[in-house]
Design a protein around this ligand. Sequence first.
Ligand SMILES: NC(=O)c1ccc[n+]([C@@H]2O[C@H](COP(=O)([O-])OP(=O)(O)OC[C@H]3O[C@@H](n4cnc5c(N)ncnc54)[C@H](OP(=O)(O)O)[C@@H]3O)[C@@H](O)[C@H]2O)c1
Length: 198
Amino acid sequence: MNGNLRFENKIVAITGASSGIGRASALAFAREGATTVLASRSEEKLERVADEIRSFNPRVLVIPTDVSVREQVQHLIDRMVREFGRIDILFNNAGNAYVGRIDEGLFADDLNKMLEVSFYGALYGTQAVLPIMKRQGAGHIVNMSSLVGRKAFPYFGRLLDHHARDQRLLRRPAARAVWHRDLCNHGVSGLDSDRDAR
Ligand SMILES: NC(=O)c1ccc[n+]([C@@H]2O[C@H](COP(=O)([O-])OP(=O)(O)OC[C@H]3O[C@@H](n4cnc5c(N)ncnc54)[C@H](OP(=O)(O)O)[C@@H]3O)[C@@H](O)[C@H]2O)c1
């Protein structure tokens, strides 16, 4: 690794790293020199991503985690601290998507499954990592969300509702300000995504 990499010496956890955006993000962080920690439920898929990363960066660790289970998220964070002594970035990316009509029988069940993963999963991750980042006086928490939290699309009701909740908690000015101020008061820096996206 040369010294010009943007994430050299950074310890980065990515949930939902076994496929899609999480896998791509893990590869991108690793290419920029980060030590990546890959978390999702499938150990087999995570190991495949880890093998890709190892071909150019040996610093990668797989920790199978179901983010909807608070104890497993706590274990992820505890293990990272034991292994590396710090956590610089937590990317709460894991999510699942169900589309369909509101009058279908499974609508409410599917909505709950989505909330358990992307809403509570992100909350558990944030709660577990905050004490570490406060102690460090630095750190970043990145929460995945979606355009469907703001804009309605046919048959995307479940996604709309759960991403709207994410955004109510994370992005509405008052809630965001509290969340952001709380992090900053403890020396944790973050990107105010709504403001910076404008
Ligand atoms: N793709 C899009 O167009 C789009 C648009 C807006 C927002 N998003 C959001 O972006 C994120 C990633 O989307 P994607 O398209 O990359 O999806 P994807 O390819 O289906 O990946 C989802 C990831 O989440 C993991 N996951 C699912 N349930 C989990 C659980 N209970 N615990 C831990 N990990 C879990 C999956 O791994 P395992 O099966 O191994 O657990 C997988 O790695 C999601 O939050 C999604 O809502 C996507």
